[in-house]
Design a protein. Structure first.
Length: 294
């Protein structure tokens, strides 16, 4: 019987720090000295902020070095160089909670990509303030949590509903929350709890037509480009650090319904890219912006 070759542990290391001479040399040298093989690497120095960003995907091939020793030794290097860093298991599938209201195209698209193996995630929960998609969740065998919140509900009801969201995040050990057209404005408290681990899709190429019926507004103004924006959630509505954007060209012959259909397709693609880049640890925040190693 043929012996199965053991799989080497793989990691993704992300780094941010003040730019300084020798960062790549010292990091790559550390990995080589610890029996690691670099699979791919990317780096960027921002001349404006004077910050340096780096992402390294590597395999640990020296069986004499374990996870604890690798992290402890790198921690010493990071302290010496004043690095902000994270070292994650590349084989771990982040746990994602999807939130949706009554518009389901992004939810449906993400679930299909997840089931097809295109998104390396686990989805232990779907949350909605409506019941419209409980059957869709059931078809993927994913628990559906109906947390109703009526339009114009008092602040106490909103905070109670959001407390249940935070409880679900803790129960399911959620790494990322995706607002897949969840049409509720989050409280400052929930935005703080979700800092750096919640992505929203906005139905326009920001900044653009905000509020209700954006495609009707776009049609009325005779736009020639429509698009979508995926961004991190912050307390400033639709103004969090942008992760991904895309557009489609349109013309005068298209009515509002056609623009909406085209827009839905763009939203799905843009949100899926942002989620995939997040779970692959390709996004590093740079103040109000992001660095995305594609």
């Amino acid at each position: 019987m043929a012996m199965t070759k053991p799989v080497n542990p793989e990691y993704i290391l992300t780094i941010s720090c003040l730019d300084q001479r020798g960062i790549v040399h010292r990091v790559s040298g550390f990995l080589a000295d610890h029996g690691c093989n670099i699979i791919d690497s990317a780096q960027f120095g921002d001349s404006e902020s004077r910050l340096f960003f780096m992402r390294v995907h590597f395999a640990l091939e020296d069986r004499a070095i374990d996870d604890e020793l690798l992290r402890a030794d790198f921690g010493l290097l990071a302290a010496d160089m004043q690095l902000t860093w994270e070292m994650r298991d590349a084989h771990y599938k982040p746990r994602v909670m999807l939130m949706v209201s009554k518009i389901g195209h992004c939810l449906n698209d993400l679930l299909f990509r997840y089931k097809s193996g295109l998104l390396p995630v686990e989805i232990p929960a779907i949350v909605s303030n409506h019941m419209d998609f409980y059957q869709l969740a059931a078809s993927y065998n994913i628990p559906f949590h109906h947390l109703p919140l009526a339009t114009g509900a008092p602040q106490e009801a909103k905070l109670a509903q959001e407390a249940k969201i935070i409880e679900l995040m803790a129960t399911h050990q959620i790494d990322l929350v995706v607002l897949a057209r969840y049409m509720q404005i989050l409280s400052p408290g929930l935005c703080t709890a979700l800092k750096g681990k919640a992505i929203n899709i906005h139905h326009s190429f920001l900044p653009s037509f905000k509020g209700a019926k954006p495609y009707a507004q776009a049609h009325h103004r005779g736009v020639k480009l429509i698009g979508a924006t995926a961004h991190f959630v912050t307390g400033d509505l639709d103004e969090g650090p942008i992760i991904e954007q895309d557009v489609e060209r349109v013309d005068h012959s298209m009515d509002a319904e056609t623009l909406s259909a085209i827009g839905r397709d763009v939203e799905c693609v843009v949100l899926a890219r942002a989620v995939k880049w997040f779970v692959e640890h390709r996004i590093l925040q740079n103040g109000d912006k992001t660095v995305v190693f594609k």
